[in-house]
Design a protein around this ligand. Structure first.
Ligand SMILES: [Zn+2]
Ligand SMILES: [Zn+2]
Length: 140
């Protein structure tokens, strides 16, 4: 069950701040090449929050890129900090996953306690990255 705890998220330079309410809808790791390129990392670890549980009032310094060459075929609007370049929120195609934001977990305080439940595009996984140990997160 989601708690009603509010957590703050920021980019590296803190020019963008936001808050999320409760626990994420889901937490996943993505190995697709687009996520890897944007994040400059071997994979991304992202959480999903519904629109009503995220306050982006303090995030007015984001640029965006419409990524249409995705493996799923739907366009993803990828945001980044205009000042420090941190990878920020992504907006999925509204026909595909409406009214949700995808947020890199690492932007959010306290994310270390969360465990991803799924992996996407494992066929693109870097050779040195092992399978996730999926632990049930049903522990209230
Ligand atoms: Zn920044
Ligand atoms: Zn991806």
């Amino acid at each position: 069950m989601s708690s009603s705890q509010t957590r703050e998220g920021t980019c590296l330079c803190e020019a963008n701040k936001f808050t999320v309410k409760g626990d994420p809808m889901s937490y996943f790791v993505c190995h697709c090449s687009n996520c890897k390129k944007q994040a400059g990392s071997a994979f991304t670890a992202c959480v999903v929050f519904k629109d009503e549980n995220i306050d982006l009032t303090g995030s007015q310094n984001m640029g965006q890129f419409a990524d249409s060459k995705t493996k799923s075929g739907s366009t993803m609007i990828r945001h980044f900090c205009n000042k420090c370049g941190s990878t920020m929120l992504a907006r999925p195609d509204q026909n595909h996953l409406p009214n949700n934001w995808i947020v890199p977990a690492s932007l959010i305080e306290g994310h270390e306690a969360w465990t991803p439940q799924k992996e996407f595009f494992s066929e693109n996984k870097c050779a040195f990255v092992k399978d996730l140990e999926i632990i049930s997160t049903d522990k209230a």
